[in-house]
Design a binder for this molecule. Sequence first.
Ligand code: NAI
Length: 329
Amino acid sequence: MSGQVTVYNCRPFDEKALFEKYAAEMELELVLCGDAPDLANVSLCSGSRCVDVITSRIDAGLVRAFHEQGVEYITTRTIGYDHIDLEAARACGIRVGNAPYGPCGVADYTVMLILMSIRRMGAILNRTALQDYTLAGLNGRELKDLTVGVIGTGRIGATVVRDLSGFGCRVLAYDLYEKEEVKQYADYVALPEIWKEADVITLHTPLTKENHHMINAETIRQMKDGVVIVNTARGALIDSDAFIEAIENGKIGAAGLDVVENEFGLYYYDHKADILKNRELALLRSFPNVIVSHHMAFYTRNYVETVVRDSLESCRRYMEGSDNPWEVK
Ligand code: NAI
């Protein structure tokens, strides 16, 4: 065996069998845990040089606790790694890796949320469920008549731009770095032009200190009346209070939110019988023109297979000391 890996949040219904298959092929020993890592279960890492996590918060206290157990490498079965305190990891010599997977799953989902939002699909489904087959208030818009602003044209954003080109809409793009392939289908513009021109705005940047709350009262004020916002990136790109106010006063016409602020600890658990302390989420869920899903955009068969395999492969390479393309530098 080439080493032991402790896997947290291991889902029995889709990941467990794959973890076992790939660990056998890579000659790794596994400790599988269905829960998120915390100070109570961190001892499961004892004997593991590597831990494998998803998007639960890995704060400085937990990083230090991993270190005390002998952990040297944390891999996350996600693209984003802002849930891991990288500074704390660096401070105790723990290295971090991610497991990027193909962008098409999130891009498909984004286009779906755009279409659902402009066609009022949330309200349509609510009515259909109650056998209310009326039309009033359900009139939609056609994508070919709209301007879509894509913020962030990395792997996912660029795929969204390409996909949108098939619908005949005008596409504006913004990124810190421009990509030649995107220019075939979209015009790069400055952010204020996106706010001013776009009927639909979709977010595809990582969350950074610079773009925290990039959608806020001031930027919303500059947008078109009835603008549609789609967020499949990170919740904190949007200031929820300002956003809710703009839904309430009609400035924002519709939204599709796969991510919300403060979703840690909520998503991927059954909270049916719980009183939740997330008023923003409760309000957002209450609006008929807002579709909220629980950070699902990534969740395809292709994703599961890829992240299980690559996160283990990155642990194997770390432990072997061989080239590890998944390590976050
Ligand atoms: P990527 O790293 O390929 O692209 C990100 C792009 O954002 C880059 O082109 C970068 O230059 C740009 N960028 C960074 N900061 C910016 C800023 N302040 N303003 C404008 N552009 C900026 O990442 P990828 O794979 O396209 O993923 C994008 C984001 O989508 C991830 O960081 C993650 O937060 C989110 N995501 C959400 C998922 C879901 O299930 N809802 C699944 C996967 C990713």
